[in-house]
Design a protein around this ligand. Structure first.
Ligand code: ADP
Length: 255
């Protein structure tokens, strides 16, 4: 089944916190079928950019649009309803649920069923529940974790937890997926597995925006890379172009 990705456009996005210019006039684009990555040293503005897109921060100037519709400045739940899914640096899966339930409940949240229904897990109706479960199974299959469906979600090892987080993001059929440091804490084999999952999501049509410290992984999965430094865009290009860029080598990679 294809993933219905939509084009993201960020134009002149700027965020100042009481005199601290976290992000300055940054413009990027992310296309369906591609992995677009943001890299840069700590404090360069990567998380701020994700927070502006997903509605956690309001921009000082500029905007982010998805398929032409404005996202920035809207509250997170409305951004989510427009089809933006996000994973976080520290994945926390709900307690007392199986992996399948944890993935299905993420879709539940997007469907905006009442909170009481979600918490008590009362079926809104049987057909809806079955469709959520089927979507959750498909999402788990996409990340290669279908065999974990009946396990306790909170007991998963980090590598599986990160892939299940991606499945939770996928379960709502998102138009844009924001991945925040998904490889951190993983060993080499787990990073490779995750990279392959991310590639497959893009190959299925998804629009993926990845923030990641692991530069080798970024180069192996990305179509486009944007390099941020001190809140500004330092460079943009394919992995080849970024690896050959002397300014990036000197300032970001410290060579
Ligand atoms: P990165 O994700 O690249 O490490 P951040 O986006 O977290 O960078 O931070 C960019 C700058 O913005 C840093 O100087 C950081 O201290 C500042 N910053 C981020 N969030 C806030 C906030 N909520 N309040 C004040 N300053 C912030």
């Amino acid at each position: 089944m294809p993933i219905p990705g939509s084009p993201l456009e960020v134009r002149g996005l700027t965020k100042h916190f009481q005199g601290n210019q976290a992000l300055n006039d940054v413009s990027i684009a992310a296309l369906p079928g591609q992995v677009t990555s943001l890299v840069g040293p700590n404090g360069s503005g990567k998380t701020t950019l994700l927070n502006l897109i997903s509605g956690l921060y309001r921009p000082t100037a500029g905007e982010a649009t998805l398929a032409g519709e404005r996202l920035s400045g809207r509250p997170p739940h409305l951004v989510a309803r427009r089809g933006v899914a996000r994973t976080f640096q520290t994945p926390v899966l709900p307690d007392g649920m199986t992996v399948l339930e944890a993935v299905a409940s993420a879709r539940y949240a997007k469907d905006s069923v009442s909170i009481a229904t979600t918490i008590l897990r009362l079926p809104a109706n049987r057909a809806a529940e079955r469709s959520r479960e089927a979507a959750a199974r498909q999402a788990l299959r996409r990340v290669g974790c279908e065999d974990l469906a009946d396990q306790d979600a909170s007991g998963l090892a980090l590598g599986s937890r990160r892939r299940v987080e991606v499945a939770r993001a996928l379960a709502g059929n998102p138009h844009l997926i924001l991945l925040d440091e998904p490889a951190s804490g993983l060993d080499e084999g787990e990073v490779e597995e995750l990279a392959s999952v991310i590639r497959q999501v893009a190959a299925a049509g998804g629009t993926v925006l990845l923030v990641e410290h692991n530069f080798n992984m970024v180069c192996s999965v990305s179509d486009q890379i944007y390099v941020l430094e001190s809140g500004r865009l330092l460079a943009q290009g394919t992995p080849d172009e970024i690896q050959r860029n002397q300014v990036v080598a000197e300032s970001y990679l410290g060579q």
